[in-house]
Write a protein that binds this ligand. Structure first.
Ligand code: AMP
Length: 496
């Protein structure tokens, strides 16, 4: 028998589901609001029949109400980046054929001109709650139907809309609840952007599925997060590596008593997870030194949900994303689509599971190209050591082909981060007549530090093979990053 979706929401008890600012909302209250929002959206119809409704709000009550309201009414939710500019919003609206958008008050101004131009109806959650009819029956939405269109982060190409069904969401959530031992006693902060699966599935949906408490903040406030962690507000913490870097910087700047309290707060949690980009070994180790927590690094993508994870119990290896999650099949393939039989040989990770997306919205060509023989092609190159996957990078951008060698940008970045002057590092290949591509590094420096190419080459000698040593260097104030904190490497190409 199929498991009921979001059982804790339907159970609707008085446990706290969501804390948003000074207000808190029980599962009962949240569930009732979602029903009213769905009824308001339906407005007398029996089903939205997959109408695309954009959700444009930061983490908080409005976002949760709108997302679940669209799902319950039979619509397809299109969650947008709250920092999106007018041209970006227009791109998403046009591509996904959005007809209505539910925006929070702060987002109204940015959306209004685009809505007028495209004839998209602009709504606030409160309008929908007020308009809802008392006895509006809600449709029974089949699990095979699409639930949302999530735009890929677009670090390598223009964002594509991944269509994710209710069934895929359920599979992904249940897999993570089991793997990471979620319970209703858990409590987690939510500050990640809610247009990517990390925030939507790993944090928000896992918590609301099992009856835990979500502390929502519209944006990352490191100082407040540390205070809350220090006071024991959370049992689980999930973030991208750049957030851990910011937390480490903040914690190191605190006076001894506060520092101790914050570190103890993180140390007492049952789980700290890192993912969405490679966690530098330096960050993994420093976090452990400070808090005593061994970060659990995991790997996944918009199209697949989480697929590989270090274990909850057992060894968590720095620099590795772990083992294949239960219910997921992963296999490395070579350039000729043949399975790689020797784990030490790099290959592209391909995935099969019920959590995999349906295809890209309105993009038959890209959808077809992203599968081969039923396997989803992640585009990520990895090796496996004792069952643990190590990501070498994206085949299109992180695998540098230089002088007959295939180099991993992530591996070189990991070494550069050990340099005492370097704060952040991103490595790419640049076209070169002699070598095919040459290794080029863009770095940010620590306060007061300096670095030139000759000095960097000298330092690298002996730490990495000669052909991996960067031949170009660019020192930047900041690396170009997207909303998720991932480095946008195509932008670096222009800078270098
Ligand atoms: P997105 O679809 O935006 O979530 O991006 C997915 C991509 O992020 C993957 O295909 C990987 O390239 C990268 N990624 C996710 N998690 C990790 C990780 N733990 N280590 C390295 N790369 C990762």
């Amino acid at each position: 028998m199929a498991i009921e979706a979001f059982p804790a929401l339907h159970e609707a008890n008085d446990r706290v589901a969501l804390i948003d600012g000074e207000s808190s909302w029980s599962y009962r209250e949240l569930n009732a609001r979602i029903d009213r929002c769905a009824a308001g959206l339906l407005n007398g119809k029996n089903d939205l029949h997959e109408e695309r409704v954009a959700v444009f709000a930061p983490a908080g009550l409005d976002y949760v109400t709108a997302l679940h309201g669209v799902w319950r009414a039979g619509g397809i939710a299109v969650p947008l980046n709250v920092g999106a500019t007018a041209p970006e919003i227009e791109y998403y609206f046009r591509k996904a054929g959005v007809t209505r958008v539910i925006a929070s008050r702060q987002q109204l101004v940015a959306t209004d001109p685009v809505c007028r131009r495209l004839g998209v109806e602009l709504l606030e959650v409160n309008d929908l709650l007020g308009a809802s009819r008392q006895q509006q029956p809600l449709p029974a939405v089949e699990r095979s139907r699409p639930a949302m269109i999530v735009y890929t982060s677009g670090t390598t190409s223009k964002p594509k809309g991944a269509v994710i069904t209710h069934k895929a969401i359920h599979t992904q959530v249940i897999t993570l609840i089991k793997a990471w031992r979620w319970t209703r006693k858990d409590s987690i902060p939510l500050f990640l952007p809610l247009h990517h699966l990390h925030g939507i599935i790993n944090v928000l949906s896992c918590a609301l599925w099992c009856g835990a408490t979500v502390h929502a903040s519209p944006k990352l406030d490191v100082a407040r997060l540390c205070e809350q962690a220090g006071s024991g507000a959370f049992s689980v913490f999930m973030a991208v590596p750049t957030v851990y870097v910011k937390l480490i910087e903040h914690i190191e700047s605190l006076a001894a008593p506060q520092r101790k309290a914050v570190c103890r707060g993180f140390g007492r949690m049952r789980l700290n997870v890192s993912g969405s980009a490679a966690c530098p070994v330096r960050v993994f180790e420093r976090w452990k030194q400070l808090t005593g927590q061994t970060l659990l690094e995991r790997y996944g993508a918009t199209e697949t949900g989480m697929t590989i994870s270090n274990p909850y119990d057992g060894e968590r290896r720095a620099g590795f994303v772990g083992q294949v999650l239960p219910g997921v099949r992963a296999q490395l393939f070579d350039d000729n689509h043949r399975p790689v039989r020797n784990d030490a040989t790099p290959g592209e990770i391909r995935i099969r599971s019920d959590g995999v997306f349906q295809g890209y919205w309105d993009d038959e060509r890209a959808s077809r190209a992203s599968f081969h023989d039923g396997w989803f092609r992640t585009g990520d190159i990895a090796v496996v050591e004792d069952g643990y996957y190590r990501i070498l990078g994206r085949s299109s951008i992180d695998i540098i082909k230089s002088g007959g060698y295939k180099l991993s940008a992530l591996e070189i970045e990991g070494v550069l981060l050990d340099h005492e002057a370097i704060g952040e590092a991103a490595v790419i290949g640049l076209p070169d007549d002699t070598w095919g591509e040459v290794v080029a590094a863009a770095v940010t420096l620590k306060d007061g530090a300096s670095l030139d190419l000759a000095g960097l080459k000298h330092w690298c000698a002996g730490r990495m093979s000669a052909y991996k040593i960067p031949k170009r260097l660019k020192v930047l104030n900041d690396l170009p990053r997207n909303a998720m904190g991932k480095v946008v490497k195509p932008a670096l190409r222009d800078l270098l």
